[in-house]
Design a protein around this ligand. Structure first.
Ligand code: GAL
Length: 966
């Protein structure tokens, strides 16, 4: 029953009805392996129905309906007065102040759903961080570096016997979490997952407030990192006696046709139960069929203690996990107390063997596998780091389609859903921690990463660092690596450890690390290192760093465009082809990881502003392929490939380099049916022709064993006429989030590769999450969202009134006897009523803005006037006043509140003196994006109850395009 709610959110209603009792694993199984669905469901339903019990754990996704506002890095006033109280949250428990307090009024804050990355929503500026993609957030932008999130949840009385926790999958960064005003802790890392037990603070049967203050003012990486709660948040409920957080560890040993599975569970007791317990461990296959089960008798751990139990189970003729057949099993761990199941915990795992051999490279299940890997950061076009789960699958599928079989999480622990996608789709993973060191900051992060991730069969190697230039080649690096490596083995001895090293192969880290991680051939003599360290296996943890712009075939430094032909990026670096040939020819090297699979924000080397994304990717930030993808597909993949570049829209007479990527034996090139010669393809190579351009058809024909097997064509196109919208084929069917490609076609329906039209989008039945086009120099917006401005009421003054009958009062214009509101108020001798007045400054008074006064009670009841007009309270909230453009003016506006005063009950009562806030919402512009060399991408999300989403695109001079996604 894990992630129920989540499932509800991503599936349509019919499926919900059938699938409600199932775990999310099954959901994705279905999404990814649509065949045999029914078969799989029948088993699942039968298992789940018997195994389910209300008293077990419950994990509910709470991504929806948060309130958000920026605070301020050092101006406490703009940070809502947080941490300024006489007593604050570090002086007295429960004294969270400002927005951290439960009763803070956040009605004027923006409403949003997680995952959320506020950095991607900002504009670009040359003053912003080069490494982070020049977004005006975080470092150097104090007013865009603190984000406050607030959410209310109700917890019923019936949960009184439960342990209630909040589970955060990742927040960038330095987050402080409060619950009902109680400070729960600080998580510095922007990449760790963390949980807080809130049981002691719960308001049962009522409302509870979760508050997160996120401080993204400091960078952890030298690449785009986003800002905010960019991964999922869950509410977790368990029995006091339960499987601890990340509390299972499944390993297996294969002996002949059997897998001996060792299932270790950590049981935690946060209750008073002291007696016997039973631990039942059951293995289910992918169809939910029980394979084997064992039960152990034990004793409940002492109060707030944990105990580990290990069960041995046997799987006969196991279906091994590998890249082609990512077979998974599930371990169901149940705890029984007094005959009743009180916890049920699921662990997805795979059975497989891994081995590095210093002579022969890497082996998966005893078979040699050359690692054809890519490095990647976690951001995507339009959405930054806030990836919906579907995008993880989209990206891993794109990499697999390129022939890649391995992924390095550079340079930090990834989100869970990425690892789930790799497990389910068959992608090997290097999981990497952020910072090298031997103190708690470093080792605690490392431990948490390993404990969280060690059941994923896709992970074949832990990386404890990358390019630590200060220590790479020296004794400090050696010492640190020795500690981190041994420390890692103590938590998971089944996987080796690597470090990506870029300087000083031979000494320091590289002399002691278990698996040598070579970052770039150009950084040292790999063969020489290997000759000195013959027992040390190695792999290229980074190679490439080549520059290419999708769809560009002539480098134009003025425009910051790099041609897409594979080439050395810098004199001491190597092209993709040179890199792959080097690794392919050396069996002792386990393989290589290209820097990078996808472009990412930041590091726009070899340029700078106004380039905002990298040029390194085999694909652009959207996942549109650059031509190198076809080189890799030819030599990494298993299918016949023939790809001809560039497009065929040039000016007559221009000399064009025509390249063909293919794994055919020979390729012949034709221009307007005339042969330009047949060439033999060298292993791991490509073919080149120089061709004087004339319009028409350029055709490559590929031969295998002398027989024509493939052809690829580039045709001169006419002017763009139509807009074509299509669903990317790597989408999961039935997904809630869908990736749409926009392009133009000519009158014959041919894709126009040079089109750069600006398109405007409108949507029904869903919303757009982000837009992109892969142009590294595009400073267009990624997101079009309403702008919310909060205006303080200034110059707040008061005057006494003689009567408490406020309905008879009218706005007071006379300008005498006003004094600062609430100053030296004698609460024992208050006037029957007061009239207050203040100002707020409107930059404009655009009719399409929505201006609302969120009043905070400063009197028993109140009448509100703005510029002399009496304003009725809103029907949904009697402390909310909507201010129409007709009563407002540009510049200073006057607000008056007439109210009988609140009376103190006790002398020490602190009375509210804040009248509230004016919220100005400026509606977002319509979504738009230019095509870049033929393509743009729109990421859309279906509304929960909509049957279909309709997206339309318009552009000047083109016929409108529409797509309906069911
Ligand atoms: C490497 C580094 C990567 C990236 C790359 C760009 O040195 O490990 O994170 O910065 O260079 O070429």
């Amino acid at each position: 029953m894990i992630k129920y709610y989540y499932f509800n959110q991503i599936k349509n209603n019919i499926f919900i009805a059938i699938l409600q009792p199932l775990s999310v694993n099954h959901v994705f199984m279905k999404a990814i392996f649509p065949k045999g669905i029914l078969f799989c469901f029948i088993f699942l339903i039968s298992y789940s129905a018997s195994a389910q019990n209300k008293s077990e754990r419950d994990l509910t996704l709470i991504d929806k309906d948060w309130r958000f506002s920026f605070g301020h890095l050092f101006d406490t006033g703009k940070d809502f007065g947080h941490a300024t109280g006489y007593f604050s949250y570090l002086t007295k428990t429960g004294f969270g102040d400002g927005p951290a307090s439960s009763n803070f009024d956040d009605r004027a804050w923006r409403k949003l759903d997680l995952p959320h990355d506020w950095a991607v929503e900002q504009s670009f500026s040359e003053k912003a961080s080069f490494s982070h993609g020049f977004k005006t957030a975080g470092k150097g932008f104090p007013e865009k570096s603190i984000g406050w999130y607030r959410k209310k949840i109700s917890i019923p009385e019936s949960d009184k016997s439960k342990i209630i926790s909040l589970k955060f999958d990742g927040v960038f960064r330095n987050s402080k979490v409060f619950f009902n005003g109680y400070f729960l802790g600080t998580e510095e890392s922007g990449y760790n997952s963390f949980e807080y037990d809130v049981t002691a603070y719960v308001n049962y049967g009522g409302e509870n407030t979760i508050v997160v203050r996120v401080d993204a003012s400091m960078e952890e990486g030298w690449f785009y990192e986003g800002a905010g709660i960019y991964r999922h948040v869950y509410l977790k409920k368990t029995n006091p006696l339960h499987v601890a957080q990340n509390g299972t560890y499944v390993t297996s040993e294969i002996k002949e046709n059997k897998a001996e599975v060792s299932a270790e569970v950590t049981i935690e007791n946060k209750g008073n139960y002291k007696g016997a317990i039973e631990i039942i461990q059951t293995i289910l296959d992918a169809q939910g069929k029980q394979i084997t089960t064992v039960s152990e008798n034990g004793t409940a751990p002492n109060f707030y203690q944990t105990t580990n139990y290990t069960s041995k189970l046997t799987v006969n003729n196991p279906l091994l996990w590998d890249i082609e057949n990512p077979n998974l099993y599930r371990l169901i761990t149940e705890i029984k107390q007094e005959g009743k199941i009180i916890d049920r915990y699921e662990t997805s795992f795979g059975i497989r063997t891994i081995k590095f051999d210093a002579e022969k490279g890497f082996f998966l299940n005893g078979k040699s596998v050359k690692l054809k890997g890519t490095n990647n950061h976690q951001d995507h076009a339009g959405i930054g780091t806030a990836l919906p789960d579907e995008l993880q699958y989209f990206r891993i599928k794109k990499l697999k389609e390129m022939g890649s079989n391995a992924y390095r999480c550079s340079h930090h622990p990834p989100t869970q859903e990425l690892l789930e996608a790799c497990d389910k789709l068959g992608m090997l993973v290097i999981d990497e921690t952020r910072l090298m060191g031997i103190n708690d900051y470093h080792l605690n992060d490392l431990e948490r990463m390993i404990k969280r991730d060690r059941n994923h069969p896709s992970i074949f190697c832990w990386s404890v660092g990358n390019e630590e230039w200060n220590i790479e080649g020296n004794i400090t690096g050696e010492r640190i690596t020795n500690v981190m490596q041994e420390f890692t083995k103590g938590i998971d001895a089944t996987r080796p450890v690597t470090v990506g090293i870029s300087s000083g192969f031979k000494s320091g880290i590289s002399s002691v690390v278990e698996i040598m991680g070579y970052n770039y051939m150009g950084n040292g003599d790999i063969d020489a290192h290997r000759n000195q360290f013959k027992q040390q296996p190695g792999m290229g943890t980074e190679e490439g760093s080549t520059f290419a712009t999708r769809g560009v075939y002539f480098t134009d430094d003025a425009k910051h465009y790099q041609s897409a032909y594979d080439k050395k990026p810098r004199p001491s670096f190597f092209s993709i082809e040179e890199g792959w040939k080097f690794y392919a020819e050396r069996p002792y090297l386990a393989g290589m990881f290209i820097w990078t699979g996808f472009d990412y924000r930041g590091e726009p080397t070899p340029y700078g502003w106004p380039s905002v994304t990298s040029y390194f990717g085999m694909m652009d930030v959207c996942g549109f392929p650059k031509d190198n993808v076809f080189y890799l597909k030819s030599w990494w993949g298993t299918e016949p490939v023939l790809h001809i570049m560039p497009h065929w829209n040039w000016s007559t007479g221009k000399e064009i380099d025509v390249w063909v990527h293919s794994n055919c034996d020979e390729v012949e090139l034709f221009l307007n049916k005339e042969s330009l010669g047949k060439k033999k393809m060298e292993q791991n190579g490509h073919l080149e022709w120089k061709v004087k351009y004339i319009p028409g058809t350029l055709e490559a024909v590929g031969y295998k064993n002398g027989k024509k097997v493939l052809s690829d064509i580039q045709k001169t196109t006419e002017n763009a006429q139509n807009i074509k919208l299509s669903v990317d084929k790597e989408n999961i069917s039935n997904a809630n989030v869908v990736v749409i490609t926009a392009e133009t076609t000519d009158e014959k329906g041919a894709h126009v590769p040079t089109a750069n039209h600006e398109m405007t989008f409108s949507i029904k039945g869903g919303k757009i999450l982000g837009v992109g086009n892969g142009n590294p120099t595009s400073l267009e917006r990624d997101k079009f969202i309403d702008n919310i401005e909060l205006l303080a009421i200034t110059n707040f003054e008061e005057k006494k009134l003689a009567s408490a009958n406020i309905s008879n009062q009218i706005t007071v214009e006379a300008d005498n006897n006003w004094k600062e509101a609430f100053k030296d108020r004698d609460y024992k001798n208050q006037a029957p009523a007061y009239v207050y007045r203040g100002k707020f400054d409107l930059k404009n008074n655009i009719k399409t803005n929505t201006v609302t006064f969120f009043y905070k009670k400063i009197g028993i009841n109140a009448v509100v006037f703005v510029n002399g007009n009496k304003i009725p309270a809103s029907t949904d909230d009697d402390q909310k006043y909507i201010l129409n453009a007709a009563v407002l003016k540009q510049g200073l506006n006057t607000i008056q509140i007439i109210a009988p005063p609140l009376q103190k009950n006790k002398d020490w009562d602190v009375m509210n003196t804040d009248p509230g806030i004016i919220q100005v919402i400026t509606p977002a512009e319509q979504w738009k994006r230019k095509l870049f060399n033929g393509y743009a991408q729109i990421i859309i999300q279906k509304d929960e109850n909509a049957a279909e989403v309709i997206l339309s695109a318009t552009a000047k001079g083109l016929k409108t395009g529409t797509i309906t996604v069911k």
